[in-house]
Design a binder for this molecule. Structure first.
Ligand code: C5P
Length: 202
């Protein structure tokens, strides 16, 4: 049977990652956090590697490591993500992943619009910048990072602007995406809403 693909897009810290993992577990699908690909390229560029080359030579081994979670790497990721050669080099990997037998969940910024425009279910997860900064600040503080809420909010807004305003594959909901604003929702409620929307398309 044809593979079933779920595309989950949205800005940083809106709850995409948590929702995607829960959805994948619920339906027994494979999950790809596509932000990790851009983060891995960003991390290499911080070490001096050429961005297009880093993207072409990326391997699965590059996708592990706590340092990929840092705010510095997140900013570097959004900078390399504007480069068309980088996006092109990462496209096939993402599309092959989506073709997996048994179904796949991909989360990112352009899954529903560019990578998997034929996805059977598309979600666009949002939350206000303030709520997203609070969540990211709580995560970073818990992991011992020295940062302030104001700094995290500034970072979130800078990354949003770069992701929304780039020429290629900007962050925006696909026309047929269902939007979930998680600002005033518990994570459990957001997961339940996502599962209900997808179930209706199975
Ligand atoms: O989702 P995450 O915060 O890990 O993504 C890091 C950066 O990678 C984003 O800010 C965005 O610039 C880029 N990205 C992208 N397209 C995707 C996933 C991530 O441009 N599908």
């Amino acid at each position: 049977s044809a593979p079933f693909t779920i595309a989950i897009d949205g800005p940083a810290a809106a709850g995409k990652g948590t929702i995607s993992k829960a959805v994948a577990a619920h339906f027994g699908f494979a999950h790809l956090d596509t932000g990790l690909l851009y983060r891995a390229v960003g991390a290499k560029v911080l070490l001096g590697v050429d961005p297009a080359r880093a993207a072409r030579e990326l391997t699965a081994d590059d996708l592990a490591g706590e340092e990929l979670r840092s705010p510095e790497v997140a900013q570097a990721a959004s900078k390399v993500a504007v480069i068309p050669e980088v996006r092109a080099a990462l496209r096939d990997f993402q599309r092959s992943f989506a073709q997996r037998a048994g179904g796949a969940v991909l989360d990112g910024r352009d899954i529903g619009t560019v990578i998997c425009p034929e996805a059977e279910a598309k979600l666009f997860i949002t939350a206000s910048p303030e709520v997203r900064a609070d969540r990211r600040f709580a995560e970073l503080s818990a992991s011992g990072a020295a940062t302030s809420r104001a700094q995290v909010l500034a970072d979130v807004k800078e990354r949003d602007a770069r992701d929304r305003n780039r020429a290629e594959a900007p962050l925006l909901p696909a026309r047929d995406a269902v939007e979930i604003d998680t600002s005033d929702m518990s994570i459990e409620a957001a997961i339940a809403a996502a599962i209900a929307i997808i179930e209706a398309r199975l």
